[in-house]
Design a protein around this ligand. Structure first.
Ligand code: ATP
Length: 372
């Protein structure tokens, strides 16, 4: 049976990450993957790197090509370098070389310019695990902050599962001019998501270094303009991507902070604790914990059912000495309005969920530090 392209691409990336003859021989640590195309068993892999590094990679290029050609479903592999721009400095945290500038710029603006120069504060919306409603919270919070009169941006940093375009009902490509990417306006907020730029499959095959490269670019190459606050929908979990983002945005986060979203189950709260601990280690202010899917409210009789127990997040917040920011009910309309592209805070402003988001926005707007 033929292997799907996606799986072949993942196998190829694993080989590019492999050390062939010592610690200095990992192709992806020297270069950035631009593209993999596969046709009739022939894999064409294009990479970007600097001239000096290209010479180093050249030594292992043919070994890697032979190794890739042995993958079941492939017969031949060709590795080419599409350009030889100078790779951005790799810091201790970002061993990657950065993804190809999505805005088409050949200069590495993300390293030479201060990050987010006109953004006053950043609020990172994070969760210890996926699927707890982090993106839903980020979207409704951003709209809520904008309703309070703050110039607000929303960055979807959940690179493996960018849900923002869907939740905002925006299926459009951003304008790219002079190497700068212009955010998409949605509901009076400026938004950017990898989902506006690449298809899902492409985002899925990215691995650690490329993800960080793409995120760094977002931070450096998106023309956010003046913002009071940028809400970031963080990738789920507490791994390298979260750590690096937090480090890069340390200054901005000090004027905002982190919001951890959790569901009431013990297991989710355990993960939430890890989230809190990651931000604490980085010295990021923890704005608090939000309990999502806190209870079920019957749409017919308004009866409240606590499906997963109640008060777990509040108790956890107390234990961790962080503020408890409120509970959002499990409500079919939250999902249906997200699927229809209108956040519930706009579609049903009188609902308990919308009110929870309004309260959250108000609390957080009061905690922002706007000093420069
Ligand atoms: N309180 C809620 N009531 C009903 N549905 C909800 C609620 N919160 C989120 N959802 C729905 O649950 C699904 C997952 O939510 P969301 O994408 O916000 O989670 P996430 O934590 O960002 O997930 P991931 O980390 O996988 O991106 C979505 O379909 C969303 O509409």
């Amino acid at each position: 049976m033929n292997k799907p392209d996606l799986s072949l691409k993942q196998d190829i990336i694993e080989i590019l990450k492999k050390d062939f003859s010592g610690s200095d021989s990992n192709i992806l640590s020297f270069s950035t993957l631009e593209n993999i195309s596969i046709q009739n068993g022939h894999a064409n892999i294009s990479l970007t790197t600097s001239k000096t590094k290209a010479d180093q990679i050249d030594k292992i290029r043919s070994i890697a090509e032979q190794s890739i050609a042995k993958i079941a479903g492939l017969e031949k592999a060709t590795i080419t370098f599409t350009s030889h721009r100078t790779a951005p400095n790799s810091s201790a945290q970002t061993t990657n070389t950065g993804h190809r500038p999505l805005g088409g710029s050949r200069k590495s603006s993300s390293n030479s310019m201060p990050l987010l120069p006109h953004v006053k504060a950043v609020i990172a919306v994070a969760s210890g695990k996926g699927g707890v409603g982090k993106s839903t919270t980020a979207v409704n919070l951003a709209v809520g902050l904008s309703q309070l009169g703050l110039k607000t941006g929303l960055l979807d940093a959940d690179i493996y599962g960018p849900s923002l375009p869907h939740m905002l009902g925006k299926n459009v490509r951003p304008e790219v001019k002079d190497g700068r990417i212009y955010p998409i306006d949605a509901w009076n907020i400026k938004t950017m998501s990898i989902g506006y730029l690449v298809d899902e499959e492409q985002a899925m095959i990215w691995r650690g270094p490329m993800v960080m490269g793409a995120l760094t670019q977002f931070l450096g190459e998106v023309e956010w303009g003046e913002l009071d606050v940028l809400v970031i929908d963080m990738p789920p979990g507490t791994g390298d991507a979260q750590l690096t983002l937090t480090q890069k945005l340390n200054t901005h986060l000090k004027r905002g902070g982190a919001v951890i979203v959790s569901t009431p189950q013990d297991i989710a709260l355990l993960d939430a604790r890890r989230g809190v601990s990651l931000f604490e280690r980085m010295g990021t202010p923890i704005l608090g914990l939000v309990e999502n899917m806190s209870y079920f409210c019957c749409p017919n009789c308004n009866h409240r059912t606590e499906l997963f127990g109640h008060g777990g997040a509040k108790a956890e917040a107390d234990k961790l000495h962080v503020p408890f920011l409120g509970e959002v009910p499990l409500l079919a309309e939250i999902r249906s309005s997200a699927d229809a592209g209108t956040p519930i805070i706009l579609s049903t402003p009188d609902s308990a969920a919308a009110q929870a988001y309004q309260k959250l926005s108000l609390t957080l707007s009061q905690s922002l530090q706007f000093s420069n």
